[in-house]
Design a protein around this ligand. Sequence first.
Ligand SMILES: Cc1cc2nc3c(=O)[nH]c(=O)nc-3n(C[C@H](O)[C@H](O)[C@H](O)COP(=O)(O)OP(=O)(O)OC[C@H]3O[C@@H](n4cnc5c(N)ncnc54)[C@H](O)[C@@H]3O)c2cc1C
Length: 342
Amino acid sequence: MIRGQSYVEEMDRYSWSEWLQRQNIPPRVEKEVFIAMSKALNFINPNEISATILLTALNRFLQEKNGSKMAFLDGSPTERLCQPLVDYIEARGGKVRLNAPLKTIQLREDGSVASFLLRSLDGQPDEEFTADIYVSALPVDPLKTLLPQPWRQLDYFQKLDGLEGVPVINLHLWFDRKLTDIDHLLFSRSDLLSVYADMSNTCRAYASDTSMLELVLAPAQDWIARSDEEIVAATLQELQQLFPQHFTGDNPAQLRKFHVVKTPRSVYKATPGRQACRPDQRSPIANFYLAGDYTMQRYLGSMEGAVLSGKLTAAKITQDYAPGPSLASNTPPAAIAASATP
Ligand SMILES: Cc1cc2nc3c(=O)[nH]c(=O)nc-3n(C[C@H](O)[C@H](O)[C@H](O)COP(=O)(O)OP(=O)(O)OC[C@H]3O[C@@H](n4cnc5c(N)ncnc54)[C@H](O)[C@@H]3O)c2cc1C
């Protein structure tokens, strides 16, 4: 880290376990500190995660005043995060459309975007949507399936094949009593669980005298296809070890309600070598840009990373389309122009 960001990027060839071994750091440290951190950052263990991810996070913790600060949204993301964004956009004349998924990216003869075809969900014909500039903020996995054939020969888009979402499971468990008073995010290094919190303590909107735990189950590869009941049963077994005082004796804690959210492809799996696959927000297509946490930005696969990527995309569009002769750097390549289908 002291050797700077170029060293951090170079370490993308090693897993975190390999990097620790090269520094002669004992396995005990990996087990006690870095399993939890690795799972919290990318839902995988230290033997899978790229050393660049951990080094980048540690760098942020050390260099940025609020780098290690944690915060909770005090309510549901739809109401507390998304709705204010919608209000902001609409107050400035923008429009946010839900239930209008992108079905096809239609091309002009020169390989640039002619329109987005939006899938109709109510039996009406699909809608052709045109714009001056098109930005994809889709996660990388669905984007790859929608790339037009002529673009797939371009190195920029081919590199996306190296990025794939990692499976993760989120559990919401409501209990009949308080299990803990801790008002903070908690980290587990058990085989099954990653970060978790008692939302009845951490979020005003969920404040209660009974616990509502939200937990991340990771790595989830072996669990994603299993039934919700199996997943909950395995999680409760782990909770018995974490809170033995509440799950043993004559009157053990009872689960009142549960909800299991499976995400088979979440953030891109940050194994060694992935940094080279992350695209710049500016694509080689004149009127097409990418945003999303997987694009190259300094905050890894995270909400902050997604926001920063959007800012970088906006900055690049402004650079390219501000009055002046800057469009030349972003004209469609000849190979595409020759083979594109409308
Ligand atoms: C269980 C879990 C816990 C997490 N915890 C944290 C955390 O504590 N802190 C943190 O910073 N990050 C966390 N993350 C990661 C964070 O959620 C992501 O990094 C972030 O949401 C990425 O934002 P994004 O805009 O790039 O992509 P997304 O949030 O995935 O947004 C992409 C959008 O594209 C939409 N879409 C897909 N296909 C189409 C289509 N064909 N047409 C139109 N739209 C489409 C999707 O519905 C989605 O709304 C967590 C992720 C998971 C799964």
